[in-house]
Design a protein around this ligand. Structure first.
Ligand code: ZN
Length: 388
C-alpha cells in the first residue's frame, strides 16, 4: 500500500513518514478511529514505507522486491492477527489468510460485518483467541527474513480474549528486537489499560465531507450533488459512503425496472394503438429476459420483487392522501404522481399476490424467464381492472 493511494489523512501520513525518516520507530502504535476511514491502509503503508530501501520523502518506491511483496501482502516479515470464528478449517488466523488478503486487496475499505460475511459466518462471536497469542509469539521469534523490521498488524485488538490480551501485554513489555506492532482499533477504550499505556496512540479522524464526495465521484457514476448528499450522511467514513452509494445505485435500477414493467403493461392492457401494444409487448419479453439473466442472480431478483411490492403498497397508500404515511424517495414520488391512480381497491390485492407468488417461485428455483414473463402478462390484465 502506498500513502498516495489512501484517501485523505494527510496529517497522519505526514506524522508517520516523519517518524520513519527521523528514525523514531515506536515499537507499538495504535491507530484509532471510526470504521471506514483508512486506518488499516495507513498501517500497511507505514509498514511498507518503513521497510522499502528506496523510499523517498513522500512514499515507498512501489517497485522494489520488498514493495512488491508488501503490496501483495505476502512479505515474510509482515504478519497479521484479526478476529476469526473457529471452524473445521482452522482456529488461528493463518487458516484465513487467503480471504483476508482478498478482502484488503479487492475490497479495500471494509468493516467487521463485511469481514464476517466474507468468512460466511453470520455471528458476531468472532474473536482473537488465546491460541493466536502463541502464533504471534512464534512468528515474532523468527529471525527477520530481510534486514528490515518485522511487522505485526493486529486488526480490532479489542476482540482479543483476556488470555490473549495478557500474553500480548507481555510481548509489549519486552518487545522482540526489530519488531513493530501496529494495532488498528475502532474501540481503543475496550483495550486493557495496561496495553493502552504501552502503545503510542495515533488518532485518525473522520474524513472531511468534501474529500469523501470527491473520492466517491471517482469511484461511481454519481453526480456531484448525489455524491455530496451521500458524503453528508456518511459522516466522515468513506466505507459508509460506499455502502450508501451502492444502495442508491441498486435502488435506482430497481425503480427503472419497476417503471418499465408497469409502463408497458399499461400500454398493452389499456391503450388501443396496435403498434404501441406490439412494441410494448416485445419490450416486456426483453424485460423478462433481462430480469432472468443469470448475471442478475436469485437474490437480486427476489430483492426486486420485494421492492416492487413495497412500491405498489406506497402507490396505493398515496391515494389515501395522507403523505405522512408515504416513504418514497424523490424519483419514486415523481413516478407515483401519474401511476398511483392505477393502483386501487380493484387490483391492489391481486397485484401484491402475483408479486409475492413470483418471489416464492424464484426462491424455489423456478424458471426465472417464465416467472417474469408470466408476471408481465398478469400485470397487463390487472392494470386495466376497474376500480370497485
Ligand atoms: Zn520499495
Amino acid at each position: 500500500m502506498l500513502f498516495r493511494d489512501i484517501i485523505g489523512q494527510e496529517a497522519v501520513k505526514q506524522q508517520l513518514r516523519l517518524s520513519v525518516r527521523e528514525g523514531r520507530i515506536p515499537h507499538a502504535q495504535l491507530l484509532a478511529g471510526q470504521s471506514g476511514i483508512g486506518k488499516l491502509q495507513l498501517a500497511l503503508a507505514y509498514a511498507q514505507y518503513l521497510n522499502c530501501p528506496h523510499r523517498t520523502d513522500d512514499d515507498s518506491c512501489g517497485q522494489c522486491p520488498t514493495c512488491l511483496q508488501y503490496q501483495k501482502l505476502q512479505h515474510p516479515d509482515l504478519h497479521f492477527a484479526f478476529p476469526i470464528v473457529k471452524t473445521d478449517e482452522g482456529d488461528t488466523c493463518d487458516a484465513f489468510m487467503e480471504p483476508w488478503r482478498e478482502m484488503i486487496l479487492e475490497q479495500g475499505y471494509f468493516d467487521i460485518d463485511d469481514w464476517y460475511k466474507a468468512l460466511g459466518v453470520e455471528t458476531k462471536q468472532g474473536m482473537i483467541y488465546e491460541k493466536e497469542s502463541a502464533e504471534i509469539l512464534r512468528k515474532l521469534s523468527l529471525k527477520p527474513f530481510g534486514d528490515g523490521y518485522k511487522v505485526m498488524i493486529i486488526w480490532q485488538p479489542e476482540k482479543m480474549n483476556a488470555a490473549c490480551a495478557n500474553k500480548l501485554l507481555k510481548l509489549l513489555e519486552e518487545p522482540p528486537v526489530q519488531t513493530v506492532f501496529l494495532l488498528v482499533s475502532e474501540h481503543p477504550e475496550q483495550l486493557l489499560p495496561t496495553i493502552q499505556s504501552r502503545v503510542q496512540l495515533i488518532r485518525v479522524s473522520g474524513l472531511p465531507n468534501s474529500t469523501v464526495a470527491e473520492a466517491l465521484q471517482q469511484h461511481s457514476q454519481l453526480s456531484e450533488t448525489e455524491a455530496r448528499d451521500i458524503a453528508r450522511i456518511a459522516n466522515g467514513s468513506y466505507l459508509q459512503a460506499l455502502k450508501k452509494a451502492d444502495e442508491s445505485e441498486e435502488n435506482k435500477q430497481e425503480l427503472r425496472d419497476f417503471i418499465a414493467l408497469f409502463r408497458d403493461a399499461y400500454t398493452v392492457g389499456v391503450l388501443t394503438n396496435p403498434q404501441q401494444k406490439y412494441d410494448s409487448l416485445r419490450r416486456l419479453r426483453q424485460w423478462s429476459a433481462d430480469m432472468a439473466d443469470a448475471k442478475v442472480g436469485r437474490e437480486k431478483q427476489k430483492h426486486f420483487l420485494q421492492y416492487a411490492q413495497q412500491q405498489v403498497r406506497e402507490n396505493y397508500i398515496r391515494n389515501l392522501s395522507q403523505p405522512e404515511l408515504n416513504y418514497q424517495l424523490a424519483d419514486e414520488r415523481d413516478f407515483s404522481v401519474k401511476f398511483a391512480p392505477f393502483i386501487h381497491n380493484g387490483n391492489v390485492e391481486q397485484i401484491m399476490n402475483q408479486l409475492e407468488l413470483a418471489e416464492r417461485q424464484i426462491e424455489q428455483n423456478g424458471n426465472a424467464k417464465v416467472i417474469f414473463f408470466d408476471l408481465c402478462l398478469q400485470m397487463i390484465v390487472l392494470i386495466k381492472t376497474p376500480k370497485v
